[in-house]
Design a binder for this molecule. Structure first.
Ligand SMILES: [Zn+2]
Length: 162
């Protein structure tokens, strides 16, 4: 006779257990806070340089020449009076010019037009075409030349960090 109310109690307890189980959406959401005081992590710190040497009336200053050499995909590396061809690895002296990092010289201009390896880069039927891997390797090498050049020019008071 007493079994009926006992079973109801058990059923009720079981129901309470289900209702008390945590519901994820019942958590109160924190109100959005202004986060202007949190520095943005997406802005990389880029070191910039400014030319502070003698004023150039025409042409490029030495910082601009370094950046042009750095951007030239036909150059594998460079130095104050040296340019190395990325096609054939030939080293060309630019010592005939007093300007440092001078890339508009006759031997380099001539070589760019006549280097067979550089021509092969853009020949569709050539097995020596320029690959993205090659281009990336040369770019890394030029960036190392650029770092050396900028450090040297800072010491020479030609440029400064800004
Ligand atoms: Zn070459």
């Amino acid at each position: 006779m007493s079994s009926q109310p006992e079973r109801q109690t058990i059923r009720k307890c079981h129901l309470n257990f289900i209702l008390d189980s945590p519901v994820p959406s019942s958590q109160p959401q924190p109100r959005s806070q202004p986060n202007s005081d949190i520095p943005s992590a997406s802005t990389p710190h880029v070191v910039q340089y400014e030319y502070i040497g003698r004023q150039i009336s025409n042409g490029r200053n030495v910082l601009q020449r370094v950046e042009m050499l750095t951007a030239d995909i036909r150059v594998s590396s460079f130095d104050t009076h040296l340019i190395v061809c990325a096609g054939c690895n030939k080293q060309m002296s630019t010592r005939g010019h007093t300007s440092l990092y001078y890339d508009n010289c006759d031997n380099w201009n001539f070589h760019q037009r006549t280097c067979g390896k550089l021509q092969d880069w853009y020949n569709p039927s050539s097995p020596y075409r320029l690959t993205p891997e090659m281009a990336a390797k040369f770019e890394r090498s030029r960036m190392e030349s650029r770092e050396r050049a900028l450090a040297y020019l800072v010491l020479q008071d030609k440029i400064k960090r800004v």
